[in-house]
Write a protein that binds this ligand. Structure first.
Ligand SMILES: Cc1cc2nc3c(=O)[nH]c(=O)nc-3n(C[C@H](O)[C@H](O)[C@H](O)COP(=O)(O)OP(=O)(O)OC[C@H]3O[C@@H](n4cnc5c(N)ncnc54)[C@H](O)[C@@H]3O)c2cc1C
Length: 481
């Protein structure tokens, strides 16, 4: 009885404190955890559940914290902390860290990034001698090498810290020849064969634009948007409307993907199909779901990507789950916020249609976390890759596993960050026993330029990200002195 009274008191206090906390610190986020065994609520926060932190709040909020809560605070540990820079950067030498410091300092300057992202593709196209400079700077930070073989060293280094790898052959988007598309499909298969020989490469990623004409995808998407019905019904209806040459071309695209998926299933390597621009996404989604229906009957092999910066994607995720239940396959999804926000908004404005992107960051965050939560609540049917550099989203996912007595390396839950970013998250998740990877692109410099330009833009436009990376690098360099 005494216990019950204390529980009720804690709940009230927690609600009051959490409300107050948002005012006190924008970077610290409160959430209330329900501990199954004990049956009481325990407060945690995203950057350090320390007693002094709570006491600071108590002072500001002038709230008397009951002894029992202070007792829990002392006991309670965060599911994982992302502040340990020693773990985060153990795999980097002092020289590499200093180079990263210089690069992130430069990327923190929007004017420089704007100029660089315009000039670099132009300079490469016109064969100006800048590859050496790119190779020793931004390429080195974000890319695993120019060839598959060159990634081996990086993968082995990451493996020493229980960090896995998602290999990403960096070819994307273009109007190439059928011969080049066939070559790209062959390369994807080569990546699968290689991954199957390595102990820490469970996944590879694929961009459908790497082996399909962009304008064909765009046409199919446009036609699909004009008809109603479920995604698959719209897709089948539209494919039927293509002319003979386009039908044959599309058949070749499907065959390429089918070959990739077959080999992946045979070698037990997960294939993550990237999401790109909204104006080509419908046929990519349809193709991917059809592949899941074939290859994900027992275990997740083919993963789609859901971009929660789109306001329609949380519902899309739920619809896909329904389809998976109905058709009896495992819905495998990589959840991201989305990388093409500026481009999406600019196109919508230019062409006068309503933007598919959420109105603000808070809405994206809300849907992202809801998407993760929904997936975690349906792990019997959904396999999930939490693909984000957002500390709060990662913490929430880890907390869910802990609170529900699920292992940190649950076979349906994987975490991933891009190579060159957020090492504090990756390496600390690995140290906590989570299944986590670096998304490691590779390819000739010409092919990975669009990827590198996105990384430069993202590190400038994503509020606080560069500052955070830079702060952690500086902290570690200082610690090593
Ligand atoms: C392993 C991995 C795989 C990825 N694969 C893909 C992929 O296939 N396709 C793809 O598109 N991206 C992909 N990304 C990139 C991803 O979509 C994000 O661009 C990137 O990770 C930054 O988001 P965040 O969740 O890490 O961080 P955060 O810093 O929390 O979020 C930044 C993101 O929030 C959104 N955002 C920012 N400002 C606003 C605003 N004002 N209104 C609405 N939304 C806003 C944008 O999406 C922005 O990128 C991948 C990322 C990772 C880690």
């Amino acid at each position: 009885m005494a216990g019950r009274a204390a529980d009720a008191q804690i709940c009230v206090i927690v609600a009051a404190v959490s409300l107050k906390l948002k005012i006190i610190s924008g970077s610290a986020v409160f959430y209330v955890r329900y501990r199954r065994g004990g049956g009481y609520y325990v407060p945690s926060c995203s950057n350090g559940c320390t007693r002094s932190f709570f006491l600071k709040i108590q002072k500001t909020a002038a709230l008397p914290l009951p002894d029992i809560l202070i007792g829990y605070m002392q006991e309670e540990k965060l599911p994982v902390s992302f502040d340990n820079t020693e773990f985060a950067f153990k795999y980097k030498s002092d020289g590499e860290l200093r180079q990263a410091r210089l690069l992130f300092s430069m990327m923190g300057q929007p004017a420089l990034v704007k100029l660089g992202t315009r000039l670099t593709p132009w300079a490469i196209k016109n064969k100006l001698p800048i590859k050496g400079l790119i190779r020793s700077t931004i390429f080195k930070q974000f890319v695993g090498g120019e060839t598959l073989e060159e990634t081996a060293k990086v993968a082995a280094r990451l493996g020493r810290y229980n960090v896995q790898v998602i290999l990403d052959y960096g070819v994307e988007g273009g109007e190439d020849s059928e011969k080049e598309y066939d070559h790209a499909a062959g390369e994807f298969i080569r990546v699968i064969d290689y991954a199957a020989t390595q102990s820490n490469i469970p996944f590879m990623s694929v961009k459908v634009t790497g082996f399909s004409r962009f304008s064909l995808l765009e046409k199919i998407d446009r036609l699909m948007t004009a008809v109603t019905g479920t995604l698959i019904k719209r897709y089948l209806q539209v494919i039927d409307q293509l002319d003979t040459a386009e039908k044959e071309e599309w058949h070749r695209v499907r065959t390429r993907l089918l070959r990739i998926c077959e080999r992946a299933a045979e070698k037990k390597i997960g294939v993550l199909i990237d999401a790109e621009e909204t104006w080509i996404q419908d046929p990519v989604d349809a193709l991917t779901i059809l592949m899941m229906d074939t290859f994900n009957k027992m275990t997740p092999i083919i993963y789609n990507t859901v971009q929660l910066y789109r306001h329609d994607r949380l519902q899309f995720l739920k619809d896909c789950h329904e389809a998976a239940v109905e058709r009896n396959f495992v819905l495998a999804v990589k959840l991201v916020r989305g990388a093409y926000m500026e481009k999406e908004r600019a196109r919508a404005t230019e062409r006068g249609y309503s933007s598919p992107i959420q109105p603000d960051k808070a809405s994206t965050d809300r849907d992202y976390d809801s998407g993760v939560q929904f997936s975690l609540e349906h792990l019997e049917r959904i396999a999930l890759v939490v693909a984000t550099h957002n500390e709060r989203s990662n913490l929430k996912a880890v907390a869910f596993l802990q609170e529900n007595g699920l292992p940190p390396d649950h076979p349906h839950v994987h975490f991933s960050q891009l190579y060159g970013m957020s090492d504090n998250i990756t390496f600390n998740l690995a140290a906590a026993g989570c299944s986590v990877s670096k998304y490691l692109p590779f390819g000739p410099i010409d092919d990975v330029i669009p990827y590198l330009m996105r990384r430069a833009q993202e590190n400038t436009s994503v509020k606080g990200q560069t500052g955070r990376e830079l702060g952690l690098i500086k902290k570690e360099l200082l610690r090593r002195k």
